[in-house]
Unconditional design. Structure first.
Length: 292
């Protein structure tokens, strides 16, 4: 079975991780952690700094006991290369002894991110791939969207999978009036989904409806991919869509659908059954929802 991989984001820096099934824990790229803490663009410089840190810690008797070379990460040139990886305990040790206390904010983020609703629901979103649920759903239906939402947020929100009854707004934009959902949602469900444009239009309309109190974007992006997978044998490689460009295009989609359609069309892939593509999609979907 392919390894489960994750990408977290600290101040827009990727922190990649690989799941160790035998020991039931994540291993994090050491160079990514250095890049994140140092806000470093250059992988080579980050790698050099990491090697210097290891020598420094060794000379000071600080034991980074959980360093391994057993996992590969995708390098900037696209190739898979073995790289130093740290487990969570080792990440804490590294951060606590980082020069000039520069890693305090990173450690707060690292510790916090796994225990939040977002962190817990993200793990459940990963599990969707193996759950078999997606193969049993009817893409494009409201019930399909509700079941996705219920799976991801079940046990975390008491309204998981339930259509909202209150009105909500975000950044000055008011979403569809909950009083009209009995008319609005069936109308969206009846929209055709045989072409890319039709599917994109349906996705945009459901986003404007925003049928849940929270978790709309993360659920609806999976809903979109299910429609694309069934009708076009395609899905979106979300890792190819820039966060700021996506959010701006979605804001504009209410009056002009061209920008978001261009972004989605440019990121289509035929890797509809690829585990890593799905996992990266979850990572980026959650990244889009992180506050600036």
């Amino acid at each position: 079975m392919a390894q489960k991989k994750s990408i977290r984001f600290y101040n827009d820096r990727q922190v990649r991780a690989v799941w160790d099934e035998g020991h039931s824990k994540w291993w994090f790229s050491a160079i990514d952690i250095v890049r994140a803490i140092n806000d470093e663009d250059d992988y080579v410089k980050a790698g050099n700094y990491w090697r210097w840190l290891k020598r420094k810690f060794d000379s000071e008797g600080i034991q980074l006991v959980s360093v391994t070379h057993d996992f590969k990460f995708e390098a900037p040139d696209g190739k898979q290369r073995a790289s130093d990886a740290l487990d969570a305990e080792c990440v804490h040790t590294l951060a606590k002894h980082y020069p000039a206390n520069r890693a305090n904010a990173f450690l707060d983020w690292f510790t916090y991110s796994d225990n939040t609703i977002d962190g817990q629901s993200k793990k459940k979103a990963y599990d969707l791939f193996e759950s078999g649920l997606m193969d049993s759903l009817e893409p494009g239906t409201v019930e399909c969207l509700q079941q996705i939402h219920a799976y991801i947020f079940g046990g975390l929100y008491d309204f998981a999978g339930q259509i909202r009854t209150k009105n909500i707004s975000k950044d000055g934009f008011t979403f569809a009036n909950a009083l009209h959902f009995q008319t609005i949602l069936p109308a969206i469900e009846r929209m055709p989904e045989t072409t890319f444009d039709e599917i994109a239009d349906k996705y945009i309309e459901m986003n404007v409806a925003h049928p849940f109190m929270e978790g709309n974007g993360r659920s609806t992006r999976i809903w979109l991919d299910l429609m694309l997978r069934r009708s076009l044998k395609k899905c979106v490689d979300w890792s190819r869509i820039d966060k700021k460009a996506y959010l701006e295009a979605m804001r504009r989609s209410v009056v002009d659908s061209a920008p978001i359609k261009a972004l989605l069309a440019g990121a289509l892939t035929d890797k509809i059954n690829d585990r890593e593509t799905f996992m990266k999609g979850v990572d980026y979907s959650y990244y889009y929802e992180q506050s600036e």
